[in-house]
Design a protein around this ligand. Structure first.
Ligand code: HEM
Length: 395
């Protein structure tokens, strides 16, 4: 993605973008701010413009091969589409019911898990896991499966987790973990407990029910793992970014929690990259895209597009005051595959940020590393100290 001479210097990074060693800084340097779609040196097509991003992800003209990152398994895309839709809806309903029933637990969780000091981003992932534990696995689930899920979180979900274990130990663990999950999926199918529309006790029941009896249990396990990554991983990272940015901008503490969360998701979209394949040759914002191309929609650039956003690099929650849905803001995707968990995610994040900024004084110290770049964009390491600002009985 070379920049040709005379196309202007890379933008200055400041404010909220000033995280040391931003692993995405190279993208900003490659984007010339004039071409919303361009062909990189490696031959891939890169998309940074909001309209082009919506065209690719929304796929209204049917010019891209239909896919869903969430339902992607090693055998291809899990399907049929009707099963994907059923699973997404049932999962959202289960999580919504749990959040409504357990909302009163959140102040205690913040007090016990985040105060007086927490090591982030892990603290956010572990808090989300604690709150959604029973949605992920019902209390009746076998102890071995419970330990397996805990192991997957430590070895694969937490930021930089993969680097904390050797490739061999990860491979051995993965084989064992998939074996345990597949056995549980088969057992649930055989007994029928929790399997049936409206009977789901947890997200594994949701996946087994929606997938139907003929689905390959290995693929069902992979879809279930997508839920683990989306909940404990993505929601935890989004919480981490919101806490980090609120903590480094104390002047924003009185702002609406929803603005803080949205602004954090704008600057640091946890789902930062989507890859799509054109089904037919067509024109994409002045560039010819064909079936042999890989098209990368880079949400990080879309969310900082200088023609669309004022002060794009700065953390300004107030920009969301009275805002209607913004066409250049798509942290949960666009079109038919828009995130099924978007509304429940926002509810949980807003509730947590409201409690943290209302009841506590937040003080954040950043560690030396930068954000962690993987399939998800995770915050850098930081510590957050929480000191009560209201009487203990009120928090
Ligand atoms: C911060 C948290 C989250 C983010 C940033 C996020 C982001 C996304 C994005 C960008 C997509 C679209 C992927 C594509 O177009 O290929 C997606 C799809 C999906 N997400 Fe999320 N997600 C989050 C949390 C959740 C949660 C908590 C759930 C649980 C219900 C969930 C369930 C799904 C499902 C089922 C899909 C597939 C939708 C479809 O293809 O029909 N996500 N998510």
């Amino acid at each position: 993605m070379a920049r040709s001479a005379g196309e202007g210097a890379p933008r200055q990074r400041h404010g909220a973008a000033a995280h040391r060693r931003d692993p995405l800084a190279f993208l900003t340097a490659e984007f010339d701010e004039a071409h919303d779609v361009w062909r990189s040196a490696s031959g891939r097509l890169c998309v940074a413009g909001p309209a082009a991003a919506r065209e690719v992800l929304g796929n209204r003209r049917g010019t891209f091969v239909e896919t869903s990152d969430f339902f992607h398994t090693r055998n291809g895309v899990f399907g049929p589409r009707s099963a994907q839709i059923d699973i997404g809806r049932a999962a959202r309903a289960l999580i919504r019911g749990h959040l409504d029933a357990r909302r009163a637990d959140l102040p205690r969780l913040v007090r016990e898990r985040l105060a007086p000091v927490g090591n982030w981003p892990d603290a956010g992932n572990l808090l989300v896991h604690e709150h959604l534990r029973e949605v992920l696995l019902c209390p009746d689930a076998p102890a071995e499966l419970r330990e397996t899920i805990d192991g997957i979180i430590t070895r694969a979900v937490l930021a930089g987790a993969r680097g904390r274990h050797s490739a061999l130990s990860r491979l051995v663990f993965r084989r064992r973990a998939m074996g345990t999950l597949v056995r549980e999926i088969e057992a649930r199918r055989n007994t029928g407990v929790g399997v049936g529309v409206g009977e789901s006790r947890d997200l594994l029941d949701v996946t087994v029910t929606g997938a139907g009896r003929s689905a390959d249990p290995g693929e069902v396990a992979e879809v279930y793992l997508s839920f683990l990554f989306a909940t404990v991983g993505s929601v935890g990272f989004a919480l981490g970014w919101s806490v980090l940015l609120a903590g480094t901008h104390p002047d924003t503490w009185g702002e609406e929690p929803g603005w803080i969360v949205r602004e954090a998701l704008r600057l640091w979209p946890v789902a930062w990259l989507f890859t799509r394949t054109p089904g037919v040759e067509h024109d994409l914002a002045g560039v010819t895209a064909g079936p042999r191309d890989a098209v990368d929609v880079c949400l990080y650039l879309v969310h900082r597009h200088p023609r669309h956003w004022e002060h794009p690099e700065e953390f300004v929650p107030r920009r969301w005051a009275g805002a209607v849905p913004d066409p250049a803001f798509m942290p949960f995707g666009v079109g038919p595959h828009t995130c099924a968990g978007a509304s429940v995610t926002m509810t949980l994040l807003e509730d947590l940020i409201r409690i943290i900024t209302r009841d506590w004084r937040l003080s954040v110290t950043e560690g030396g590393d930068g954000p962690h770049l993987g399939p998800a964009l995770a915050p850098p390491q930081f510590t957050a100290e929480l000191v009560g600002r209201v009487a203990p009985e009120r928090r």
